[in-house]
Write a protein that binds this ligand. Structure first.
Ligand code: SI3
Length: 289
């Protein structure tokens, strides 16, 4: 399960329905062109928290059907409704997803016992392994080293997708739990995470910049830090402009510019106005030629 995973985008039509043709094209783009090792399905980038349970299942179906066994598939099933998370975990497992992942439960201020119960409840229901999805900036949930260790006591918790700025904690987790998988979550910090010996990365910008992500990761693994830094610089020049223009809508516009039917974002996320669309094309021309 090591390697680089795209946090997969989904294509929606203007009414918010899944655009199956577009989703299949995005899957193929990631497998055939970006050549990532796997896909992380229904994460933040997939606008998971804006869609219905039935749509989540539909996306799991389409992606598995398109990807087959070409790459590894991780199904993000985390939901505030624990019954839904369990149902999705079972669903994705039956489809053949290689692992599941679940965001830490958010919005209410759950204590750690509640968080632990959430993960163990999901895992008790399926014969599959789980990757914790930790993204404190969006969830407000900050777990410490000991709490990660508590969750890791369940053998089916095989790792963490670490989307956080606290690299002291990342380093501590790496050394305390060498057998658990750590995936870097911030694409702009991939080199720094790679130097700390993460096992892989999961990123939204890999939808359009996966090849550079691989270069950074592999150069760092070989100890070619100067070269890796150059590629990270080129990557961050791209990411800075994407973030400035609007993260997910800009990635979608770049995909469209490359001939992929990436569709619209789900409301309340807005799509780009004509100026934003123009800017997205310029970003693609400037950084992804
Ligand atoms: O679940 C997911 O879609 C992700 O893997 C998210 C991933 O960590 C991204 N984070 C968010 C909030 O989108 C990053 O790839 C991020 O977009 C990128 O580093 C730009 O900041």
């Amino acid at each position: 399960m090591k390697g680089l995973y795209t946090a997969l985008m989904c294509s929606f039509d203007e009414s918010g329905n899944i655009n199956e043709k577009g989703l299949r094209e995005i899957v193929r783009q990631n497998i055939d062109v970006q050549q990532v090792d796997g896909l992380y399905v229904n994460g933040s980038t997939g606008e998971n928290f804006l869609i219905s349970k039935e749509q989540k299942k539909q996306i799991f179906d389409i992606v598995k059907n398109e990807a087959g066994d070409d790459v590894k598939l991780i199904a993000q099933v985390g939901a505030l409704n624990l019954d839904e998370a369990v149902e999705l975990a079972k669903y994705a497992t039956e489809l053949g997803y290689n692992a599941i992942s679940a965001v830490t439960p958010f919005y209410y201020k759950f204590d750690f016992d509640e968080i632990k119960d959430y993960y163990n409840t999901i895992l008790d229901s399926v014969d599959n392994n789980l990757i914790i999805y930790s993204i404190p900036a969006l969830t407000g949930v900050n777990m410490n080293l000991e709490q990660f260790g508590e969750l890791f006591k369940n053998d089916k918790v095989i790792g963490v997708k670490f989307t956080a700025l606290d690299f002291f904690l990342l380093e501590r987790i790496r050394h305390a739990y060498p057998d658990k998988l750590i995936y870097s979550g911030f694409d702009e910090m991939l080199l720094s995470a790679s130097v700390l010996n993460v096992d892989g990365a999961i990123g939204s910008t890999f939808n359009v910049n996966g090849q550079r992500a691989r270069q950074i990761f592999e150069l760092a693994q070989k100890g070619q830090i100067d070269e890796a830094r150059d590629v990270q610089k080129a990557t961050n020049d791209l990411i800075a402009e994407i973030l400035d223009n609007g993260l997910y809508p800009t990635i979608k516009e770049i995909l469209k510019h490359q001939g992929i039917d990436a569709g619209y974002c789900r409301k309340p996320m807005k799509s780009l106005n004509s100026e934003g669309v123009k800017k997205a094309k310029e970003i693609a021309e400037k950084h992804l030629k």
